[in-house]
Design a protein around this ligand. Structure first.
Ligand code: AMP
Length: 282
């Protein structure tokens, strides 16, 4: 496994693979790798000859400077996992390499995909995501890139970016991986103590409530309202949104959720740690 910090060197290594007619799969991450990331690496490993992992905590996608500052870094463990999963290249650039001293990014407007939910509650977040993923896609120029359904709205944003600017690249959505207790795996989970973790389990439980309501054909709006009321009564949980949406457009599907692609989505701050989760309900 080779570790590379410069775009130029990365591109020359990828060129070399191309001359050997090898297919390249790319898994972009911000590090602090867990089993969710591991599953992406395994899917990429199964589908492509060469696997490139990037680890870069992208400053422009953090709307909260405190969240950026406290983002976990576990580089040694990350490299061990990458090596164990058969990663060929790890790209670990610094901020200067990716942004050249200019951290301003262009606004992105993909309609409700960038405006609603994460776009609304984390202003500028998707501008930063698109800016860095565009730079990474240009640098790696992979045949396929792998993203988790954990960040469902991000996946919709990336699919749109790729369809407009990287039409030859396949975007592969990979299933959300949970811990045994149901909590969606996230690099931020290590900032939760035992009580916080217990509180955080409400997110996946609420998604379960919506799923059951959907299966039973009961009133989704009433279920959403019940969840909002319940959340308001729990100390240290600040519910940002809970809703049912079309997973491609991120338009709300309240009232018309009985269509393929309907997902329940939720975001909340638990003990000051921002968590998101989702599940298909149809
Ligand atoms: P991050 O390092 O949080 O930016 O995530 C890097 C990639 O891993 C993104 O495509 C995420 O959607 C994906 N990912 C993060 N957590 C999970 C999870 N629990 N299950 C599946 N994919 C995940």
């Amino acid at each position: 496994m080779e570790t590379i910090a410069s775009v130029e060197k990365l591109q020359s290594r990828i060129e070399h693979f191309r001359t050997q007619m090898l297919t390249v799969g790319f898994v972009p991450t911000m590090g602090a790798l867990h089993n969710g990331h591991k599953s992406l690496l395994q899917i990429a490993r199964n589908q492509c000859d060469v696997v490139v992992l990037s680890i870069f905590v992208n400053p422009t996608q953090f709307n909260d400077p405190q969240d950026f500052k406290s983002y976990p870094l576990t580089m040694d463990e990350d490299l061990s996992m990458a090596s164990a999963e058969g990663v060929d290249l790890v790209f670990i650039p610094n901020v200067q390499e990716m942004y050249g001293g200019n951290l301003s990014v262009d606004p992105v407007d993909y309609g409700s995909i960038t405006k609603e939910y994460e776009g609304l509650t984390r202003k500028g977040h998707f501008d930063g995501v698109v800016a860095i993923v565009r730079k990474l896609f240009q640098a790696v120029n992979s045949d396929a890139s792998f993203f988790g359904e954990k960040d469902l709205q991000q996946l919709a944003v990336i699919r749109r970016l790729a369809s407009e600017e990287f039409p030859n690249m396949k975007i592969v959505g990979c299933p959300l991986v949970r811990d045994a207790d149901g909590l969606a795996m996230s690099s931020r989970n290590i900032r939760l103590d035992a009580n916080g973790r217990n509180r955080a389990l409400n997110l996946s439980r609420w998604l379960g409530v919506l799923r059951i309501a959907a299966v039973e054909g009961s009133d989704i709006d009433a279920a959403l309202e019940g969840i909002r009321m319940e959340a308001a009564a729990i100390e240290n949980i600040d519910l940002e949104y809970v809703d049912v949406v079309d997973s491609t457009t991120f338009a709300t599907r309240r009232g018309e959720w009985k269509t393929k692609g309907s997902h329940a989505i939720v975001a909340a701050n638990v003990d000051g740690v921002r968590l998101i989760d989702n599940c298909a309900i149809h």
